[in-house]
Ligand binder design. Sequence first.
Ligand SMILES: [Cu+2]
Length: 180
Amino acid sequence: MLTKTKLYGTLAGLGFFLALIPNVALAQRDMEVEMPISEGEQTAQFQKLEQPLSLKIAVAVGGLGLIGAELWWFMFSKTKSQKARVDRGIQEIDITVDGGYTPDRIEVAAGEPVRLNFYRQDPSGCLEQVLLPDFNKALDLTLNQTTSVEVTPKQPGEYTFTCGMNMYRGVIKAEANDAS
Ligand SMILES: [Cu+2]
């Protein structure tokens, strides 16, 4: 949650700053133009047209860069995939609950038990509950503690888990186990 908020804040701040530049530049230009200049008038007019254009391009490039950064961040944040480790015959994975689930895509072998350890760092009530509808499980997470649950995805496929209000989600991706 914190990282998301921080990123949005930075992006918004940067966007605002970039949008401000041409306005400041134009204000300065206007003040200069108002001054009675007869000789350099033509050059002043020429510059008046040229400079905002280059600034506009700079702002457009900056804006595109921001959009790109945002897209990249969303793509990147969507692929927090991780394979479960196997410990004494049980597949285990630690999931940090903080503005969502990290990782939010867990790769496991189908037909084997999976232990999910949810460590809740986010105080928002939204993430207090985890629902695993495919396994008929609902967990209450205590803040700054690990709450574990064991499930067995019997068939290969995707099993989602969500917060109590279905706003945040994660996926358990069970793949066919060749070994068994
Ligand atoms: Cu929620």
